[in-house]
Design a binder for this molecule. Structure first.
Ligand code: SF4
Length: 331
């Protein structure tokens, strides 16, 4: 890989759990030792993303993928480890460089309505950041906003409208125009099409791909659905309970998935289940990150679990060029 645009080195994010019950409060008052109530949302993750690469990050709800995305976007600092932008740890940048780096990595959310100020007109929503950060002269701002709306597939004639006057797909385009307005290099898309109708999903995914080639963008595309990332990702990363458990080119993941969890996720992609290969669908619920199973986190749900799996966490190892998997079945 060429020098990564974004790199995570040993990145973790832990959250302290809030006391919830009377027993907990009483035990604390008596000074009785409490079990560790730390949520390890992301646990020592290494990930490098090259310029112009599209990485699909996939896992069930609660696996830590959104937290990882927020750390990449600079919205949330890691508890441990480094987030590096163009080879530099963003935590050690000067305030000015950190601000520039943050602008270059933008995040697009699942629910654009929640992230758009309902009292602001679309022109102001899209124009706010370039105005505040003085990215364009004031006299050119209106034309600049029009250009961003056009890039996102919206007619600038509607720029005086408020977010509620748009459809869900159009609102997502407003969110995309707002992100593009700060001239980013990297977009973190967190379930960015999950709330849209299937036909609109395809249009927005096509827009992302079009923008990739026109603006030389790099993406971390987060989804719970492998099928959504298949057509736009160069590489797929699978997460389970805070850890990366498999990563490979999209082609390898879909034709030679190694990890039993990835195989189970693939069983939920309709195209695959209707074909020749059939996998066992993932059973049960993802365990609580407050109390993850010891050893391989997946062992309570894994059809191939062996005694070793409950004791020892498998390392993420290269099993073929560019293909890494964390499973004791690989020896
Ligand atoms: Fe299953 Fe064991 Fe592999 Fe984990 S390490 S995925 S439990 S076989």
């Amino acid at each position: 890989m060429t020098d990564p645009l974004i790199e995570l080195r040993g990145v973790s994010k832990h959250f302290g759990a809030t006391p919830r019950d009377l027993m907990h409060t009483a035990r604390r008052a008596l000074g009785v030792a409490e079990p560790d109530r730390t949520v390890r949302a992301v646990d020592r993750v290494d990930l490098a993303i090259a310029r112009n690469e599209v990485v699909g990050l996939v896992g069930e709800s609660g696996c830590g993928k959104s937290t990882l995305g927020r750390m990449v976007a600079g919205i949330m600092p890691p508890t441990a480890g480094e987030v590096r932008y163009k080879g530099q740890d963003v935590a050690r940048l000067t305030a000015d460089r950190a601000r520039q780096a943050k602008l270059k990595v933008q995040m697009i959310f699942q629910d654009p309505y929640a992230s758009l100020n309902p009292r602001m007109r679309v022109a102001d929503i899209v124009g706010e950041a370039p105005r505040v950060h003085r990215l364009v002269p004031r006299a050119e701002l209106e034309g600049y906003v029009d250009a961003q709306l056009r890039q996102a597939g919206l007619d600038p004639a509607f720029k005086r409208r408020y977010p509620h006057q748009f459809s869900g797909g159009q609102r997502q385009r407003v969110g995309i125009a707002r992100a593009l307005a700060v001239q980013p290099e990297f977009l973190v898309c967190d379930e960015a099409v999950a709330a849209l109708d299937v036909s609109i999903q395809a249009q927005v995914l096509n827009l992302f791909m079009d923008l990739r080639s026109r603006l030389d963008l790099t993406y971390l595309f987060i989804s719970h659905d492998l099928g959504v990332v298949e057509h736009l990702s160069d590489r797929v990363v699978i997460m389970y309970l805070g850890r990366i458990i498999e990563t490979a080119s999209t082609e390898d993941v879909f034709s030679r998935a190694n990890h039993p969890y990835t195989q189970a996720l693939l069983a939920e992609v309709p195209r695959i289940t209707s074909g020749k290969r059939r996998f066992t669908a993932v059973k049960g619920e993802i365990p609580s990150p407050l109390d993850p199973p010891a050893g391989c986190h997946f062992h309570p749900r894994c059809p191939h679990a062996m005694p070793r799996c409950a004791e020892e966490a498998p390392a993420l190892r290269e099993i073929a060029p560019g293909h890494r998997s964390a499973c004791h079945l690989n020896g």
